[in-house]
Design a binder for this molecule. Structure first.
Ligand SMILES: NC(=O)C1=CN([C@@H]2O[C@H](COP(=O)(O)OP(=O)(O)OC[C@H]3O[C@@H](n4cnc5c(N)ncnc54)[C@H](OP(=O)(O)O)[C@@H]3O)[C@@H](O)[C@H]2O)C=CC1
Ligand SMILES: N[C@@H](CC=O)C(=O)O
Length: 366
């Protein structure tokens, strides 16, 4: 089954996803019958390419690596250059839009409008961009349903670690009363490096070079990225319409070298902890740095690794630990949503009755 894909934003995640599609092409075909063809890439500074029969991923990655742009992509019959993101959504033959432009923490734009435009044109959307899910979840969810298209955003919380799909599929039936964890890779990486003696600036530079940080790292260090993720978890997992303004938020930018050394001397460590707690009909939510003892379950979560604990009435506390950021890891989050879109299409076309409910044949995306 062919999937025509347009990628909006060809930065760390866009390129990570393209690399995976190139490297796993054969496996995806053999294992799932999934044939992913990248027909368009549209990036605001790097340029834009569209070919209805598919672009060469090898050439895309080569030219962007060598020149930082897409302009040097070789000419070929039928190749269209210069479509902006909206023209790409409207005028290409892509049935799935991969939205990996930057997360705007004030407006969520242009990603929210990308989603609206895609849904109105009956395109599925997959994204790791947090803006639309954090700021416009109810409206976009309803629009996707109305237009009968699929919307995947697994990578918006904890990158390729299944922080959304795992509780939805495998913890269903539990009453989850509390969710808490370390949800930002950049700040956790920085705190780890600062404990090792690096300065705040050095640690941030490294996190940026490794592709963990947001385009504007203020989002990471002031806690806004974790704040978005906690709002997404509330809306998607707890079905509670928490808003950004409902969450008390503080980042790590005010932490001094002295405070970090002091914690170490006391056998403690600083972590940026995000929390959601159900209280009667309300949700109490916060993002703030906390000094925790070394025997605390989150104390050993270091580097860009994240961890999340769901407190469940039936299953008890369940903790998931895994990557919180990264090129390949977040590229994978796009792939798993694509695989689930494929599974849904396949189930609809073939019918799902009589299949083993644990195997991939019957697992459909939300
Ligand atoms: N990196 C990570 O580990 C993770 C990232 N995310 C999220 O995934 C998304 C992508 O992240 P990442 O790849 O790291 O970010 P980058 O900044 O590396 O890439 C984003 C790309 O989008 C381009 N862009 C910006 N605006 C537009 C637009 N209007 N139309 C087309 N292209 C546009 C940028 O262009 P240019 O720079 O050329 O101007 C840039 O190339 C972000 O929303 C981020 O929050 C989520 C989980 C993990
Ligand atoms: N900047 C984010 C990227 C993933 O969401 C982070 O560091 O966690």
């Amino acid at each position: 089954m062919k999937h025509h894909i347009a990628i909006l934003g060809f930065g760390v995640v866009g390129q990570g996803f393209a690399e995976i599609i190139q490297n796993k092409k054969r496996q995806l075909k053999e294992q799932f019958g999934l044939d992913a063809v990248i027909v368009a890439v549209s990036d605001v500074m790097k340029g834009s390419l569209y070919h209805p029969e598919g672009l060469s991923i090898e050439n895309l990655l080569k030219v962007v690596k060598e020149t930082g742009k897409l302009d040097a992509y070789p000419d070929q019959k039928g190749l269209v250059r210069g479509l902006n993101s909206f023209e790409t959504i409207r005028n290409s033959n892509a049935n799935t839009i991969v939205e990996v432009t930057f997360t705007d923490v004030k407006t969520g734009q242009p990603a929210i409008d990308h989603c609206k435009c895609a849904f109105e044109h009956r395109r599925n959307v997959i994204m790791s961009n947090k803006g639309p899910v954090a700021l416009a979840y109810p409206q976009l969810h309803a629009l996707a349903q109305k237009m009968q298209v699929q919307w995947g955003y697994e990578g918006s919380v904890m990158s390729g670690t299944p922080a959304l799909r795992m509780p939805i599929t495998s913890l269903a039936g539990n009453d989850i009363s509390e969710i808490q964890g370390i949800l930002n890779g950049t700040t956790n990486y920085m705190l780890t490096r600062m404990e090792q003696g690096f300065s705040y600036e050095e640690a941030l530079k490294e996190a940026q070079a490794l592709g963990y940080a947001e385009a504007d790292p203020t989002s990471d260090v002031e806690g806004f990225d974790a704040l978005y993720k906690i709002v997404i978890l509330s809306n998607v997992i707890l079905n509670y319409p928490l808003k950004i303004t409902d969450v008390q938020c503080q980042g790590i930018s005010h932490l001094t070298k002295n405070q970090i050394e002091q914690a170490k001397a006391e056998g403690k460590t600083w972590k940026l902890i995000a929390k959601l707690k159900k209280e009667e009909d309300n949700i109490i939510a916060s993002v703030k740095p906390e000094m925790i003892a070394l025997d605390h379950p989150l104390a050993n979560i270091t580097g860009a690794t994240n961890a999340i604990t769901y407190t469940c009435d039936l299953a008890g506390p369940i903790t998931l630990i895994g990557a919180g950021a990264g090129k390949v890891e977040t590229g994978f989050s796009i792939l798993i949503d694509l695989i689930n879109i494929h599974r849904t299409r396949k189930s609809v076309e073939e019918g799902a009755c009589g299949k083993d409910i644990i195997t991939e044949e019957n697992v459909v995306s939300r």
